[in-house]
Design a protein around this ligand. Structure first.
Ligand code: MG
Length: 169
């Protein structure tokens, strides 16, 4: 049902940089698929905010990571991924499943052991739930890497999801 597909498994109320990695490890999550735009990188920027970079450097020591972006720019997304030695996919067409399916095949893990972390309900959470991943909706970041104060897009998506009955509150 649509409402189930639009319900994140976890809504931590923080940006990725403040997401407690240990909570994911405690849930037996063994790999992370990460959205890039406004999850790791502010819009239109090509360098990671220091807090996001620190989080990524810590996370990659603990488990495999893959950057999965709908953005077509291999130059922008690839530069970030290469700076950390991470595999990545551009033009992923989330919420379509084919790109994520390839990532899961590479990871060779059951979908439930993989978390998908992103800032968009109708792309990140939807594709993750369609494939049976553990889905995490984080707060999008602004130009300084801080949580967006006025995030119209995520607020609108959450209102729409509430309207179909999926997100409590
Ligand atoms: Mg995003």
């Amino acid at each position: 049902m649509l409402r189930d597909l639009l319900t994140p498994d976890w809504l931590p109320g923080t940006t990725l940089a403040h997401l407690p990695l240990q909570d994911l490890l405690d849930r037996d999550i063994r790999a992370l698929v990460l959205d890039v735009d406004r999850t790791l990188l502010p819009s239109r920027q090509a360098t990671l905010p220091p807090q996001a970079e620190l989080w990524l450097r810590h996370a990659r020591e603990r488990l495999p990571l893959h950057l999965l972006s709908n953005n077509p720019s291999r130059r922008r997304i690839g530069a970030v991924a290469d700076s950390l030695g991470l595999p990545y996919t551009t033009s992923a067409s989330k919420p379509r499943r084919s790109a994520l399916r390839r990532v899961l095949q590479e990871l060779d893990l059951p979908p439930a052991r993989v978390a998908l972390v992103g800032d968009r309900l109708f792309t990140d959470v939807l594709v993750g739930n369609r494939m049976g991943l553990f889905t995490v909706l984080v707060k999008p970041i602004d130009a300084d890497g801080e949580p967006c104060r006025q995030d119209r897009l995520q607020n609108l998506e959450l209102r729409m999801a509430r309207w179909v009955g999926s997100v409590p509150g």
